[in-house]
Design a binder for this molecule. Sequence first.
Ligand code: AMP
Length: 527
Amino acid sequence: MGHVIGIDLGTTYSCIAGLEGGRPVVIPNLEGLPTTPSVVSFTAAGERLVGTLAMRQAVTNPANTFYAVKRLIGQKYRSPQIQEAIGRLPYTLKEAPNGDVAVVLGDRTLSPPEISSMVLSYLKECAEAFFGGPVTEAVITVPAHFNDAQRQATKDAATIAGLAVQRVINEPTAAGLAYGLDAKKNGLAAVYDLGGGTFDITILELSEGVFNVLATNGDSYLGGEDFDNRILEWLGESFRAETGIDLGSDKLALQRVKEAAEKAKRELSFTSETEINLPFISSDRSSSKHIRKTLSRLTFETMTADLVERTVPRIEQALADAKLTLDRIDHVILVGGQTRMPLVKERVTKFFGRKPEEKVDPDQIVALGAAIQSGVLDGQVRDIVLLLDVTPFALGIETEGDGYETVIERNTTVPVRKVKAFTTVEHNQRRVRIHVLQGEGFLASMNKSLAVFELVGIEPAPAGVPQIDVTFEITADGLVQVSAKDKETGLEQRIEVRPSSGLTAAEVEEMRKRQAGRELAKLGANG
Ligand code: AMP
């Protein structure tokens, strides 16, 4: 039997777990730590660094140190989220030929999956050192609210790192699995997951080894980084007011302020006041300038209360979709580092009218759950009979005049298949175009375009005569697949797929080869 591995590829930190004697354990990284910063850096000397070593480069080498790449994965360059991120990131983003976002390294660009693959590759190495043998497969987690493009890009990252993906599972579901199995709990659980970059709320039923997700909701653009940014903006504004200097154009200074902001935020989870001290952060003709500010927990809470509040309607929607009232929830589980903030805990306690479970480590539980799922798929864990998850978004197709017709509703249990019959509207029409989208918007243009599937080579016939059954499928990984059959002949209908984003299979393969040969390690020097 191979080694079973679960990986939580986080926005800010990643964690890897395995099974030892049938029990899930966190695998320490090469420095002996349970979590690894999801940071990759290329030094001027041509070295590729990952994790803590890369993070240490962030201040001295900001343009070639890539963090929070999970926020870029599966995104279009022109999306509002990316446009907003551009001004804040010390590294440069660019539009890839297919419209996806790419990261600039010297005179070339890298795709977000390629950078994430370097974090995964490092984690794979840690697991191999731990087990003393090769690791080739893993369960990998994603935020429940990741769409098809983001899931596919994450899967691509694993493939590039040389890992076969046993299953992509949702982070809160993984947490529910680890919690339910460990505590042998039954009943209804709400998993509130606020990580570095994403928020998910998942309602699931735990019952004698059956884990049934009833509903999920979330925001893949709300997380700890937004809390850091509030402190960053506050510091930047007061510095500008005092000195007239805008720190925004100084990448090095910006990185120092960002790190100080995150540190202050963490401290405020345990103290009521903290000092932010950044000597020689800038200068003008007359003198050097320093930042020295005191931030109280109360002020920080006032700055960020709206971010915490943004999670509430999401919880309400998830409960409504699960057709449950608040009093039915038996367990509240907090996941993700940002839930250590007292205000988050208080708001969740107030909402549910009960305290969250105490014994859960918010940084490790997702990886532990992923390792359990890996063990289930491998046959090493037998206590879990079934894990049923749901799709976070509706799947639909474009109809005339920017219309949108839902084919699969959100929160439907996956895997799921729906068959729809298509025909032609003109005589001798040889092609039928199906534009597949994901989302809840009532217009096609309000939703995320996944791909255009074109049925080609239809036999000439009068309009309306050809009958083609198109099967829309969402796999257990949450990925979308479309296939078609000619009803009359029963023959597989040929489809040309034009994906709206993502890497091609050939690109993934090329990157995998490059990664295996560590060619990119030298990029820093060349670029
Ligand atoms: P995760 O994606 O779960 O690793 O979450 C990491 C996020 O949690 C980052 O934004 C961290 O800054 C944040 N975080 C970690 N520890 C704390 C803490 N003690 N208080 C507040 N936020 C924290």
